[in-house]
Design a protein around this ligand. Structure first.
Ligand code: XCC
Length: 601
């Protein structure tokens, strides 16, 4: 299997030599269900699991392929949205008693929501909104969705009630012998997309900004080469910045650094990995945070290297495969949220009241673990990356950005976001190839999530990235001193990208689908990505994904998502493995939108 990042490739080889499994080696041995891949397996009653084929077009209950595909799709979206609602709720808990770093954002957010500018009140408002019943519309969505889009959502009847109630009823509908209405289930998925976009993602991001400040453009080091083998190395996994930030603060304290030195280490370092590392990296951190070193599928190979003393997890992507590696390498696994509690991990549960105590325990465990660790060699390289883009940056530079797009030096924007996987050509492969194709066509790439690390690690966020850019894009980047790929941070910052798009649409007086903007999750992995995808379809974007989000087993569902939806929300699903074909379709789409706006093509 191809692995785009040479350092990850080395780590996988080294793990293999030690007899350790990584997803890359397990993938080759895995038994993949070809029927489930198309969404055609139903396992919600004791008569099944029923697998739908041409010869067996119905389950025992009478469900057909279209209904099973729609049901499975809604279940996946509901689970994905539930994940980020969990994160958002914890962030609100953290905000309750937190120090406010960015008062201006607090005031702006509260003004938008029509509440008093007070952190505690905002946190209570978010938690109350999440817990509303289904028959009371979510205030967050009502207040945040742009007016032009609201008309579309009202017409379709997809304005959601309380987040948890909508998720729960999606589970009810898709349980045994209940809803069998394809349209209703797909509309429910779109409704959950709004919960995802406005509540789970956007409110989470804004609450983090209030607590920790809006990301700033800065140059950072990234890559496994930054890891000092003789430091106590604590690796992050998850999505909950509010839970990890305290650990950095405690780890970097002189008291803990001294304890580490007394144990024979050079000090303690926090090694960023998965999405939470991406978010931590986007704001200035104390020195002992050494930057982002792995995306999702890079974590197991990195832990197998012997450079890591403890893994502290609070969400995905915490691979269960870490257990066998940790056992072999003597790595301490710690879960600070039980949703990420894997085998052999110790659960040290976070709560806002216990945050400091939890952080101290985590750091002390890591120092203990260091004492027993076998020595490992320094591995890999360090890349420079200019990161930290935000809605604020775009707002501050709005006129210039619009002028450049109008001139055609940049044709449009592609949001290339989300996870990495091993099936889209290999680890980080389609992300790399699609980005190259887009840049070549003078399409600016905005990114977030594991995709962002993939591109950072390959040099796209430094001058190196310019070699892939077309003439127009290259000129602009050189003039502004910016890379051709803009990193918005954690995958949840998809919400930032949509906020930016909304601001541009508002400025131009148009609706979101009128913009020369496209979206892609070229290597989507988990259910959250499908929830994000539902939001992108709500917003009316052309949404490229690979692989098929388990819908190809139904001609009807596929037709709705690819042909009917453009007439309803403007959104359209595109499933494509080939980078060139995808970029061509995206360029055509962007050019059509430019024509619609009266811009030269
Ligand atoms: Fe996991 Fe976030 Fe996805 Fe990366 S992008 S694969 S969830 S770590 Ni969020």
């Amino acid at each position: 299997m191809e692995i785009a990042n040479p350092d990850v490739k080395t780590l996988v080889e080294k793990a293999k030599a030690k007899g350790l499994e990584t997803p890359h080696t397990r993938r080759e041995k895995a038994s993949i269900c070809e029927i489930g891949k198309k969404g055609l397996c139903c396992n919600v009653c004791s008569e099944g699991p029923c697998r739908i084929t041409e010869k067996h077009p119905y389950g025992v209950c009478g469900l057909n392929a279209d209904q099973i595909v729609a049901k499975n799709f809604l279940r996946h979206v509901a689970a994905g949205v539930a994940c980020y609602v969990h994160v958002c709720e914890n962030t609100a808990r953290a905000l309750m008693n937190a120090e406010v770093k960015d008062k201006k954002t607090l005031e702006e957010v509260c003004l938008k929501l029509g509440i008093e500018a007070d952190a505690k009140k905002l946190a209570e408002f978010v938690i109350a909104d999440i817990h509303k019943p289904r028959w009371q519309l979510s205030e967050i969505v009502l207040k945040l969705a742009p007016e032009k889009r609201m008309n579309v959502y009202k017409k379709l009847g997809i304005l959601p009630g309380g987040a948890k109630a909508e998720i729960m009823d999606a589970l009810v509908k898709t349980s045994t012998n209940l809803n069998a209405n394809v349209t209703d289930m797909l509309l429910h998925a779109l409704k959950l997309g709004l919960v995802m976009g406005y509540t789970a993602l956007r409110m989470n991001i804004w609450m983090n900004d209030i607590m920790f400040g809006i990301p700033q453009i800065m140059e950072v080091n990234t890559g496994v080469g930054a890891i000092n083998p003789n430091a106590v190395n604590i690796m992050t996994t998850g999505h909950q910045t509010a839970l990890q930030q305290k650990i950095i603060e405690i780890a970097c304290s002189e008291e803990m650094q001294k304890l580490a030195r007394d144990a024979g280490a050079d000090g303690i370092n926090i090694v960023g990995a998965t999405c939470v590392g991406q978010d931590l990296q986007s704001r200035p951190q104390p020195n002992c945070f050494i930057g982002q070193c792995a995306n999702n599928f890079g974590t197991e190979p990195l832990v197998a290297s012997g450079l890591i003393d403890a893994v502290v997890s609070e969400f995905n992507c915490t691979f269960p495969g870490l257990t066998q590696i940790a056992k072999h390498e003597g790595v301490k696994l710690i879960a600070i949220d039980d949703v990420a509690f894997i085998e052999d991990a110790e659960l040290i549960s976070w709560s806002p009241e216990k945050a400091e105590k939890v952080a101290r325990e985590v750091v002390l465990r890591a120092i203990e673990s260091f004492k027993a660790r076998k020595r490992a060699e320094k591995i890999g390289s360090v890349k420079k990356a200019k990161i930290g883009f935000s809605e604020k940056f775009v707002e501050d530079n709005m006129d210039k950005i619009l002028e450049i797009i109008a001139e055609g030096k940049i044709k449009g924007v592609a949001a290339v976001v989300g996870c990495s996987n091993l099936v889209s050509g290999g680890h980080d492969v389609l992300i790399r190839d699609l980005t190259k194709e887009l840049l070549k066509r003078d399409i600016l790439v905005w990114t977030a999530g594991c995709t962002a690390y993939a591109l950072q690690g390959l040099g796209f966020m430094s001058e190196e990235g310019l070699e892939y850019a077309g003439e127009g894009l290259k000129d602009v980047c050189k003039e502004l001193g910016l890379p051709p790929v803009w990193d918005f941070g954690i995958c949840m910052c998809i919400a930032r990208i949509v906020t930016v798009a909304e601001k541009i649409a508002e400025k131009l007086g148009v609706d979101l689908p009128d913009l020369p903007v496209v979206a892609s999750a070229p290597q989507w992995l988990e259910e959250q990505a499908l929830g994000d995808g539902a939001f992108a379809l709500d917003c009316g974007f052309l949404l490229h994904v690979y692989p098929d989000p388990f819908v190809s087993g139904s001609k009807l569902v596929t037709k709705i998502l690819t042909e009917e939806l453009p007439k309803l929300t403007g959104g359209r699903l595109l499933v494509e493995k080939d980078a060139v074909k995808t970029a061509e379709i995206m360029e055509r789409h962007i050019n059509e939108k430019r024509k619609g706006l009266g811009l030269k093509v």
